[in-house]
Design a protein around this ligand. Structure first.
Ligand SMILES: NC(=O)c1ccc[n+]([C@@H]2O[C@H](COP(=O)([O-])OP(=O)(O)OC[C@H]3O[C@@H](n4cnc5c(N)ncnc54)[C@H](O)[C@@H]3O)[C@@H](O)[C@H]2O)c1
Length: 338
């Protein structure tokens, strides 16, 4: 019998791309998103329109994961076997000015997802964590076992909480769950609050771009197609208890419970200034640069060690930044008619 996949945050950047892939694979999807106004609702609706155009077996619920009664109804009616939780209040900077939505969606909403997953015997919950959990840790590259005890934003703290909550559910109720620490994801249909999007928009409009920490920052940028390929390969990799787990020398990525955690990154540390250069070249316009001090909540550098994931799914994200930015700019120009 065909499995049903449930995707939360389906109108979001990563959720949209995942649904597109699942439609291609002929999978039945129940998609949930509350279409909130954190960024352009028009863009979220356009992503949904694009999904409908693909013509797959997808039903969309305009709903909130904070609403446990709604989730219970959806799970009872659809009995999903595989659940992706990509709905979240994202945005490190926003979590500093407006922390409450982060607690509501990322902690309470995620708790609701865990509850309905356990009550409905979901086969596999795959949920989004973030590279931000590494926080103030400066020991690069980040491995899953690197310390994650010094978050610098509430966003990061909620993502770390998700990992702890999911592990607890795996231990107590044998819920198979995989948590993924995404490293700065970019690409077509991307998120308007992220730097690559803000830079491209400002450069095209001949407005200045804000460059924090005077440009002295590095990021591991991961192209969306690499994220989706990884997510898709993970669907059938249902975690089982790790028989070799050594509780006296515990590894963060596995457990005696059916729970795993992986980094997904490109394993390339790119200087912010080099990144801006690539965007400038692709657009063919020089940016007007406004250098500013470091912002609260930001981290200096990120770099993923993805060897565990590579071994697990036999895939390594490898898309080059030049190619990925080219694809993003092509989409941006087409979508906004610039
Ligand atoms: N994009 C990245 O670089 C990145 C990096 C690390 C982690 N992540 C995580 O990956 C996931 C997907 O990120 P994204 O970039 O696609 O973000 P996004 O904001 O584009 O997508 C999230 C979607 O969830 C929806 N949503 C938010 N709160 C909701 C709620 N209470 N109920 C139902 N829907 C709700 C939003 O409307 C949005 O469409 C998030 O959990 C995010 O924290 C993303």
């Amino acid at each position: 019998m065909k499995k049903t996949f449930l995707v939360t945050g389906a109108a979001g950047f990563i959720g949209f791309h995942l649904c597109k892939r699942l439609i291609k694979e002929n999978i039945k999807i129940v998609a949930i998103d509350n279409l909130n106004s954190y960024y352009s609702i028009k863009l979220k609706k356009a992503r949904m329109e694009e999904l409908y155009k693909q013509g797959g077996d997808i039903s969309f619920v305009d709903g909130d994961i904070e609403d446990i009664n709604l989730l219970e109804r959806i799970f009872k009616e659809n009995k999903p076997q595989i659940v992706f939780n990509l709905a979240a209040q994202a945005g490190v900077r926003y979590s500093i000015s407006d922390p409450i939505p982060f607690l509501k969606t990322n902690v309470v909403g995620f708790g609701n997802i865990l509850e309905v997953c356990r009550k409905n015997d979901v086969e596999h919950l795959i949920y989004a964590s973030s590279s931000s959990v590494y926080g103030g840790n400066k020991n690069l590259p980040y491995m899953e076992d690197s310390r994650v005890d010094h978050p610098v934003s509430l966003y990061a703290a909620t993502k770390k909480s998700n990992e702890l909550m999911a592990h607890t559910y795996s231990h107590l109720y044998s819920l198979p769950a995989t948590g993924l620490r995404f490293f700065t994801v970019y690409g077509p249909w991307g998120r308007p609050d992220m730097s690559y999007f803000l830079f491209a928009k400002a450069i095209l409009e001949k407005k200045s771009i804000d460059i924090y920490n005077y440009g002295d920052m590095n990021r591991d940028f991961t192209y969306i197609d690499d994220i989706i390929e990884s997510l898709f390969r993970l669907t059938n990799k249902i975690p089982t208890p790790d028989k070799n787990f050594d509780a006296e020398n515990p590894s963060a990525s596995s457990s005696w419970a059916p729970h795993k955690i992986f980094n997904i990154g490109n394993s390339n540390k790119v200087k912010l200034i080099d990144f801006i250069n690539i965007i400038e070249k692709e657009i063919g316009i020089k940016a007007i640069k406004n250098f500013l001090p470091m912002q609260m909540g930001d981290v200096h550098s990120t770099l993923a060690d993805t060897s565990l994931l590579e071994k697990y799914i036999n895939f390594k994200p490898q898309t080059s930044l030049n190619f990925g930015i080219k694809k993003f700019i092509e989409w941006y120009r087409f979508f906004y008619g610039k």
